[in-house]
Design a protein around this ligand. Sequence first.
Ligand SMILES: Cc1cc2nc3c(=O)[nH]c(=O)nc-3n(C[C@H](O)[C@H](O)[C@H](O)COP(=O)(O)OP(=O)(O)OC[C@H]3O[C@@H](n4cnc5c(N)ncnc54)[C@H](O)[C@@H]3O)c2cc1C
Length: 226
Amino acid sequence: MALFGGRKTINVDADILVIGGGMAGCGATYESRYWGRDLKIVCVEKANIERSGAVAQGLYAINCYMGMRWNENQPEDFVRYATNDLMGLVREDLAYDIGRHVDSTVHKFEEWGLPMMRDPATGRYQREGKWQIMIHGESYKPIVAEAARKAASEVYNRIMVTHLLMDQRRPNRVAGAVGNRAGQSHAVVDRDAMVAVAVQQQAGQARQAPGDGLQAREVADGVLRQ
Ligand SMILES: Cc1cc2nc3c(=O)[nH]c(=O)nc-3n(C[C@H](O)[C@H](O)[C@H](O)COP(=O)(O)OP(=O)(O)OC[C@H]3O[C@@H](n4cnc5c(N)ncnc54)[C@H](O)[C@@H]3O)c2cc1C
């Protein structure tokens, strides 16, 4: 029997492919829809975005909130803190950008229904330390996942991405991925998409093993020819 004999293969085309539906992946999916209203946006997750990733069980705090509207911290304070904390190994422009955008992201979570703890005296978000604010976070991931689900054209749960596909025309550019659904012998292939990898380990792996993409393309070409 051929290697892929009896397996069901699904080919999915997309304009934007988000790999990994944790907090970053759900955020990338939501943001992609904001900037790409007419685009086909596909998110692929090895578990289920409802409860996947490090936030799965819910958190009790959001580790970073500036509080710019109350003049509690400004992005430049965050850059100074991050630079000290990481002994200077920081892209200050990127840290500034995170600081600049984090408050509006947190406000969105509240708008979507995340219960926030507030100081009854001031009405401000309740803090623990300088940067952290307290939340009732059991529902954190389902709330963010719901926004991603509404934003995505398609979400594929329980697909483990095993290989990234390199673009045949543009060097050093990932254009798709191959994955498997365990137990059901079924693969997803996507080509010619902009790819956002929201998987910490996977991103590291791609840097460490640049040959993987080439090998994956050969695998995918083989799958597509069947
Ligand atoms: C114990 C713990 C407590 C924490 N507490 C707090 C807190 O109180 N406040 C706070 O702000 N932060 C907290 N954090 C940090 C926060 O949870 C993480 O920074 C954040 O969840 C990271 O999100 P991410 O999307 O980058 O990664 P992840 O959440 O790890 O998401 C990656 C996703 O990719 C999927 N994936 C992986 N490999 C593949 C593959 N091959 N194919 C398809 N999908 C794949 C995973 O299933 C996962 O859903 C905590 C973290 C931990 C571990």
